[in-house]
Design a binder for this molecule. Structure first.
Ligand code: AGV
Ligand code: CA
Length: 314
């Protein structure tokens, strides 16, 4: 067993990709995390199936008491449609539909207001985990800058510091990562807030491809329902990967895993700024006078994968 990590109260804003839904499962499986709300941003997903599959994952964990809010903000650079469709098959998996308890309605407040309210009402600082674009938190903090004081740590999958980005889009130079690129002005705006940011850029996530060996280890524990579900989700990503990525990566799952296994990740301090527009829109680059962030850098891959497998053994 891994040593028990720091207790945290977590607000989770994700964008409905396979990796995001797996991250939701991981957060729910961590005994030291108190998840107080979920926001679904309509970025790397279509909102309907992403909301529905998120609620079904909460139902799978018997945690329908956790409110789920819909993001209503839209970035200027839409994600590719085939990626956005990925939550449809997840929503239809038998293992998520066996239990027929009706799903509750989404929270009344839209994503950015939901986040603002949760921060305002918090009596202890919250960790804001974001595995999609940062539009909701950025707007909440622009409208009410004092809320930054309620944030213990923003933990965000985004950016590419010293490696190539993963955006391949018309009139873009390829330097940006998709979560930062969907809504570059929002990324820029979050950088103006004093909230402490722990960043998981592609520099770190490139170390954790989802390998066939890992999936085989997961298959060996498929009698644990959560491992079976997770394995089916990862299987759905095969055949959807553009050739320049070669394999699906643990982008969001690494970021989320940090909450339970920080000892597997090495960090460095980086001074960064965000490019808000133009051919490098969404690039997060290191500059001497930039805003300090704590950037994940290297990963102890074996230990991390063992930890993920352990989390999924239930
Ligand atoms: O850029 C990584 C982000 C992560 O939050 N997403 C996927 C993860 O949820 C965008 C993305 C990059 N490559 C992808 C992506 C791919 N091959 N399929 C789906 N989404
Ligand atoms: Ca994501």
């Amino acid at each position: 067993m891994t040593e028990s990590p720091k207790k945290r109260i977590v607000l989770f804003d994700h964008d409905g990709g396979v990796d995001d839904l797996l991250s939701l499962m991981m957060v729910l499986a961590m005994p030291h995390i108190e998840l107080v709300g979920v926001v679904v941003t309509p970025a790397d997903c279509f909102l309907g199936p992403a909301m529905s599959s998120s609620l079904k994952i909460l139902r799978f964990f018997d945690r329908l008491d956790i409110p789920v809010s819909q993001g209503v903000l839209h970035g200027v650079n839409p994600f590719p449609q085939p990626w956005r469709s990925q939550p449809y098959p997840i929503d239809a998996l038998p293992i998520l539909n066996e239990n027929e308890e009706p799903l509750p309605s989404p929270a009344a407040a839209p994503g950015h207001e939901f986040i603002a309210r949760k921060l305002r009402e918090a009596t202890e600082p919250l960790t804001v985990l974001i595995t999609g674009p940062v539009s909701n938190l950025a707007l909440a903090l622009t409208q009410e800058p004092d809320l930054a004081a309620k944030i213990e740590e923003v933990v965000w999958m985004g950016g590419a510091l010293q490696v190539k980005g993963n955006v391949r889009d018309f009139e873009h130079d390829g330097s940006a990562e998709w979560n930062a690129y969907w809504d570059p002005p929002a990324t820029y705006s979050l950088w103006q807030s004093p909230a402490p940011i722990t960043l998981f850029p592609l520099d770190a996530t490139n170390h954790v491809p989802v390998t066939r060996d890992f999936l085989q280890r997961l298959a060996r524990q498929r009698r644990c329902p959560l491992s079976d579900l997770a394995g089916q989700c990862w299987a759905l990503t095969l055949g959807t990967i553009p050739s320049y990525e070669y394999v699906y990566h643990m982008w969001d799952t690494l970021t989320t895993g940090y909450l339970g296994g920080p000892q597997f990740i090495t960090f460095r301090e980086a001074q960064t700024e965000v490019v808000a527009a133009g051919p490098s829109a969404g690039q997060i680059k290191e500059v001497e006078t930039g805003r300090p962030v704590r950037a994940a850098d290297r990963v102890e891959v074996e230990g991390f994968l063992d930890y993920v497998l352990e989390l999924l053994r239930r």
